[in-house]
Design a protein around this ligand. Structure first.
Ligand SMILES: [Fe+2]
Length: 431
């Protein structure tokens, strides 16, 4: 009887919604740049401190690190010059010249036209608003497959202000030309709206003795505003946008109580003024809460080290990636439902080559409110100081279908959790 039971468990079908047939992985897309060696390619932008944007791009040959920009097409009333470009080596691969230039001050909610290295095609972006409403598009574990292309098309089909990516970008996995291909694939989106990313395990790319620290390509290509947020490392930082403060935490760098990241997190939170940024969000890669059998427990050490800090700071939502599925938890702290804890959302469903994480544990734990192994992306629309709307869109092949949605009330506006004075004190006590 016991054997029969174990056999049933071993061959139990995955727990999935019955009305939707799960698609298999789709092939990797490889995009090769066809332009001249002097032409800018892989253009992407990121927020770089209040009213500033960082423009990043690559040229095959050395060229000037200059961005010309203005509010009308073809009319560049301003320009900014950055430090000289750099390239990196990874075994026998040598990257192109990587440029990072900060431009600004820029006006909010304004469309700018720009070009890089003194020529090439014109790009355009819109700055985020200075106040609510603001809309974030969120998807992790993107990769570069035909499913990624589908997700990006859905992201681009409806307007948004900022893209948030909780780790695992290119899935190059040491094959450096795939970083270039990824840069080509995302350029139409990442050159038009700021892409704010944190690292996943696929960014590590360590090799004993030669590349012991890892993140060579990631740090060179995807420079984030860590210096602007007083962080010592590109692997963790924070930024403000509209009325939100966003913590981009590093799952693959030290996070224990003696670490630089831990000290930085406490110092960063001590500077947060919730009257100016009433919403507080965090991104990590390996989820702290996960009822999928994939990557079970991998975020546990970080949860134990840092969960009380985020809880005391009244973080509203924690977004994670890593698990290739969607899952939304209730407000939770220390493995129990808690009305003052963050909502945890796993959104590692961008569409990478590894495919979906199909199996969830059964029965469903009471803290897990919605879970589904499908590719897709999320939308967080913060309407005002108190209310936000979260939507999860499933990729039904070429269609984007709303599969989950919830209204959120900011913790700081909650009558149960707005112990702001106590909160400031407890955060300072940690310091
Ligand atoms: Fe991952």
């Amino acid at each position: 009887m016991l054997l029969l039971f174990l056999l049933c468990l071993a061959f139990a079908p995955p727990v999935v919604s019955p009305e939707y047939t799960r698609p298999p992985p789709r092939p990797v897309i490889f995009r090769q740049f066809k332009g001249p060696e002097s032409a800018p390619q892989q253009v992407h932008i990121s927020l770089a401190g209040k009213d500033y944007m960082r423009v990043s791009w690559i040229t095959e040959e050395k060229s000037q690190s200059v961005v010309e920009y203005g509010k009308a097409a073809g009319q560049y009333s301003a320009s900014a010059t950055g430090e000289d470009s750099m390239s990196y080596r990874y075994f026998f691969y040598t990257s192109g010249e990587i440029h990072h230039v900060k431009i600004g001050p820029l006006d909010p909610s304004t469309t700018y036209y720009y070009r890089c290295s003194g020529g090439g095609p014109e790009f355009t972006f819109r700055t985020p608003p200075s106040a609510f409403p603001i809309e974030f598009a969120v998807a992790g574990d993107l990769g570069q497959t035909e499913w990624t292309e589908s997700t990006l098309a859905h992201v681009g089909s409806r307007d948004y202000d900022v893209f948030l990516l909780p780790g695992d970008l290119s899935y190059a996995d040491t094959q450096q030309p795939l970083w270039d291909s990824f840069g080509q694939l995302v350029e139409p989106y990442a050159s038009a709206r700021p892409w704010m990313v944190t690292e996943g395990n696929h960014e590590i790319e360590t090799f004993p003795i030669i590349y012991p620290q890892g993140f060579t390509a990631y740090n060179a290509r995807w420079l984030m505003p860590y210096q602007e947020s007083n962080s010592q490392s590109n692997l963790y930082y924070s930024f403000d946008v509209a009325g939100a403060h966003i913590l981009m935490l590093g799952s693959y760098t030290d996070f224990d109580a003696d670490s630089d990241q831990y000290a930085w997190l406490l110092a960063d939170l001590a500077t947060v003024d919730r009257s100016k940024t009433p919403w507080l969000f965090a991104l990590i890669h390996a989820p702290w809460y996960n009822t999928n059998s994939a990557h079970k427990g991998e975020g546990e050490t970080m949860r134990v080290a840092m969960e009380n800090i985020l809880y005391n700071a009244r973080v509203d939502v924690v977004f994670a990636g890593h698990v290739h599925a969607y899952e939304r938890f209730t407000r939770v702290y220390d493995n129990k439902a808690d009305q003052c804890g963050p909502i945890h959302v796993t959104i590692g469903d961008g569409g990478n080559r590894e495919g979906l994480a199909m199996t969830f544990e059964s029965p469903t734990p009471s803290i897990s409110m919605f879970r589904e192994p499908s590719f897709g992306h999320g939308r967080l629309r913060v309407l005002n100081n108190t209310h936000a709307h979260w939507l999860w869109h499933r990729n039904n092949d070429t269609n984007s279908v709303t599969a989950d949605e919830i209204w959120l009330e900011s913790l700081i506006s909650s009558t149960h959790c707005n112990d702001f004075a106590t909160l400031s004190k407890s955060t300072n006590d940690e310091l």
